[in-house]
Ligand binder design. Structure first.
Ligand SMILES: [Mg+2]
Length: 273
């Protein structure tokens, strides 16, 4: 595949480097990433994972054979910490995993777990942070809506992916829950991860390259590729993840359709080697 002119990569994880949420390498992906390291081509990992801390994700990727350092991982959790500080919301209620709470607390935030306690009338919560949750029930969603209806509460969702694939099955993504809570509460969420542009800007800063020298590769046209194209990056759609064919691309405006489509990142190896 012709990738001339690409001097650095922004890379999605699940469905691109690893199969679904298994963290088993996509065949050929380890070799492709190694070829970037060998040829000193800079890259950053852009991830919307909300259930692994950055060091846990680094470990999982290294266990799968990828030569990645924790510093190369730019994720929605770190961005959420920044957003909450920018909004002056050091205290937040969290609907999400224990690892998300650990990340937020390590970032200097005071967290309370909405799945374990209910805000009292006299509590003055400043933010609700939404990450992935297993089987949220109606009672929990009601608590979240009640909180969001309070005027001073900022709503931060870790990302807005439409769907994800787990053990071969498609499931509604965090974006589906975020949209449901926005609709019910009438309050718009601030998006920390993809497709918000700030995560892509952070990735580009890490590479220290011009926009048209950078390519983003991912399996999600809406979360990975459209925002990257909006910022002038080249885009590569891989069929190793959520979508096994290109029919989803028909929903994208022409200007946001990817430059390249590949079965997986393994097809990129030759051009970089
Ligand atoms: Mg993905």
């Amino acid at each position: 595949m012709e990738t001339e002119g690409i001097r650095g990569w922004l890379i999605d994880v699940e469905g691109t480097l690893v199969v679904d949420k298994s963290y088993r390498a996509v065949p050929g992906a380890v070799q492709w990433l190694s070829s970037l390291v060998i040829h000193k081509i800079p890259f950053a990992i852009l991830t919307n994972n909300t259930t692994l801390t950055r060091s846990e994700m680094g470990m999982r990727l290294r266990d799968a054979g990828f030569g990645v350092t924790d510093r190369q991982i730019i994720g929605c959790q770190g961005r959420a910490v920044q957003i909450l500080h920018e909004h002056g919301s050091p205290e937040c209620w969290v609907l999400g995993s224990d690892s998300l709470i650990r990340t937020l607390e390590a970032g200097g935030l005071l967290c309370r777990d909405l799945s374990r306690e209910t805000p009292e009338e006299n509590d003055i919560p400043r933010a609700l942070v939404l990450g992935w949750m297993e089987n949220p029930d109606a009672r929990l969603l009601s608590r979240a809506v009640e909180l969001l209806q309070r005027p001073l509460v900022t709503f931060v969702t870790l990302h807005k992916n439409r769907l994800f694939r787990n053990a071969g099955r498609v499931e509604p993504g965090l974006g589906a829950w975020a949209s449901a809570l926005e609709y019910a509460s009438g309050k718009e969420a601030i998006v920390a991860g993809k497709p918000a542009l700030d995560l892509f800007r952070a990735g580009a800063r890490a590479l220290q390259l011009r926009p048209n020298e950078i390519a983003m590769v991912g399996d999600d046209p809406q979360a990975d590729l459209t925002p990257a194209a909006e910022l002038g990056r080249k885009t590569v759609f891989v069929l190793s993840g959520k979508y096994g064919d290109t029919s989803v691309l028909k929903r994208l405006p022409l200007e946001f359709r990817p430059e390249f489509v590949a079965g997986s990142v393994a097809e990129l190896e030759k051009a970089d080697g």
